[in-house]
Design a protein around this ligand. Structure first.
Ligand code: SAH
Length: 243
């Protein structure tokens, strides 16, 4: 049932976004995070200093239940309520690394969840968009990201991410953090030629393939399996309305 994990470090992010996390944090949290980053440097081959810097900056413990804060910097996925999970740091780091985000990249994430992944992406790009289908979870996460100073860099939408977020597209990069049973056509349409998308495809709570999808100049796509993993399923809007 594990979701993906990731970590990074960014020199590209404006200094003001780093400040909220540098002040008032217990030293043991800072140390635990630095230890995680050291581990990620070894565990994710080729991970860049920018990505590592993002992981060193974003306080993962703030996106978790207070009872789990002691293990926030271990390589563990955890429940965040509403039947959803925060992905483990390795998966977040690996997927962030593969997505190859630049400060100018327009990025779309499907599955805001805890907000940890989109906060990492916001250290790397100034144009992050994130869609979440579970309204109360999305509203809680938006408040956390606002308190941490991320809302200037992340635009949020509550809705069915199967359809992407057309008004703000097309995107250079799309990261899907829930498992679909196929690659949604609207997401392919909203990817720019030359763009990259990472998407887990698999059955409900079963291990599935994570595809790296590249869009060619003629609009066709190429895809290759870059990892396997277990992600929470992509829900559809009609299901969520019954909640
Ligand atoms: N990126 C998240 C991982 C979240 S787990 C993080 O950093 O913590 C996947 C998330 O996808 C869950 O919050 C789930 O509610 C959401 N989700 C599932 N189906 C969705 C859909 N159709 N559209 C948008 N979000 C969806």
């Amino acid at each position: 049932m594990a979701c993906a994990l990731l970590l990074c470090i960014s020199t590209a992010a404006p200094a003001q976004y780093n400040k909220p996390f540098e002040s008032g944090e217990p030293a043991k949290m800072v140390e635990a995070r630095q230890k995680m980053v050291k581990w990620l440097k070894r565990a994710v081959k080729g991970i860049t200093p920018e990505v590592l810097n993002a992981f060193n900056t974003v306080p993962r413990h703030k996106f978790m239940h207070s009872r789990d804060k002691g293990i926030a910097y271990k390589n563990k996925w955890k429940s965040i309520g509403f039947g959803q999970t925060i992905t483990n740091p390795w998966m977040v780091a690996y997927m962030t690394h593969l997505l190859d985000v630049a400060p100018t990249s327009r990025v779309l994430e499907i599955g805001t969840g805890s907000g940890y992944q989109s906060s990492i992406l916001a250290q790397l790009s100034n144009h992050v968009h994130s869609v979440e289908i579970v309204r109360p979870l999305a509203e809680r996460t938006h408040k956390i990201q606002e308190a941490l100073g991320y809302t200037a860099k992340i635009k949020h939408k509550i809705g069915d991410g199967y359809f992407g977020w057309q008004e703000n597209g097309p995107y250079d990069r799309i990261m899907v953090t829930c498992a679909a049973d196929h690659i949604p056509v609207p997401l392919i349409q909203q990817l720019k030629p030359g763009g990259l998308m990472l998407i887990p495809v698999g059955g409900h709570f079963q291990r599935g393939n994570i595809y790296l999808v590249t869009k060619q100049d003629d609009g066709s796509i190429r895809r290759k399996v870059v990892a396997t993993g277990t992600f929470v399923p992509m829900r559809r809007a009609d299901i969520s309305k019954k909640r």
